[in-house]
Design a protein around this ligand. Sequence first.
Ligand SMILES: NC(=O)c1ccc[n+]([C@@H]2O[C@H](COP(=O)([O-])OP(=O)(O)OC[C@H]3O[C@@H](n4cnc5c(N)ncnc54)[C@H](OP(=O)(O)O)[C@@H]3O)[C@@H](O)[C@H]2O)c1
Length: 339
Amino acid sequence: MSTSRSTQTMPAWRQQRYGEADTVTLESAPVPTPARGQVLLRLRATGLNNGDTRVMRGEPLLVRLAFGVRRPRQPVRGMDAAATVVAVGEGVTGVAVGDEVVGELPGGGLARYALAPAERLVRRPDSLDPVLAAALPVAGGTAWQALEKAGVAAAGTGDRPRVLVIGASGGVGTFAVQLAAQRGADVWALCGERNRTLVESLGAARTFDYRRVQPGAPELGDGAFDAVLDIAGTAPLRVLRRLVRDGGRVVLVSGEGGRALGPIGRLLRAALLSFGAKRPLVPLTARPRPDVLAELMALAAGGELHPVIARVAPFADAADALAEVAEGHVAGKVVVLAD
Ligand SMILES: NC(=O)c1ccc[n+]([C@@H]2O[C@H](COP(=O)([O-])OP(=O)(O)OC[C@H]3O[C@@H](n4cnc5c(N)ncnc54)[C@H](OP(=O)(O)O)[C@@H]3O)[C@@H](O)[C@H]2O)c1
């Protein structure tokens, strides 16, 4: 950084319009100044998510209501950050300059510096590598909240539930399998053939190739599960519902839909099908949960949770890394180094 705040610039991957990864280009941008309640972070590593690519494309169009109608209001993608605090705004307590932190940002992570609301940040344990830490917030937090909604509690608090994870090899799925197994669940999983060994190594007792065995296939059985986490979002709702026993739950983490409204139609149908039902379909909208992130980091630092890192990309390759995530076939996480 240069000395005068107004002339400080940094490299940042920015987009001026919605589109594919070729709309994201490396530019020089002003270093932002933290407002009240915010901190300025010097990034170390940024984990990418499917959500970054939805905002990048502005699809479904509904996301533009939240992120900018004509162009993304925040031009820099990247939500999951491991970073050093370099400045704090007014009213910030509990976080100080020099702290090593991790958190879910409202975007801005594919740059040298980014702003974050102070209350979203959690101290990174010294023993946890920044790359592993940056893989945790959105995907790990979503997996955790999905298990909460499914009623899959901590190990030793009841019978051994059988849980089906559909879409087990991606960012969310690789955490969901591990966390469910750790809670004592009998985990079954649908993933691509090439990822079955990986998913079994994470704790799944049985795996199936999703291109051959789909929800509704006899291998999975009717009413065979206490909970289903639908992370792939492609199976018909009536079929998903039949998978769980009476009193069981299907948590809808994802849902494919039209270009305009995305999963809205599916969610409305889920609400109708769940009215008074014994096998409800429960949508999940995960939110930033620093309390959960702290638990995830403690597990990862203790070697009880292993973020699956598909690729660590140098900063210069950030747009290629976004393109790879946008294709939807990453096993685990892609993390971009800040420099
Ligand atoms: N509700 C929420 O709050 C929330 C929060 C976070 C994420 N999400 C959503 O959750 C979904 C998953 O996110 P993610 O980060 O895990 O995505 P991801 O990492 O991009 O998932 C990629 C993986 O999904 C697998 N896959 C693709 N289609 C599949 C199918 N039909 N059945 C089984 N596996 C399939 C791919 O395997 P192959 O290569 O073998 O195809 C790949 O390994 C996204 O739609 C995301 O938007 C929702």
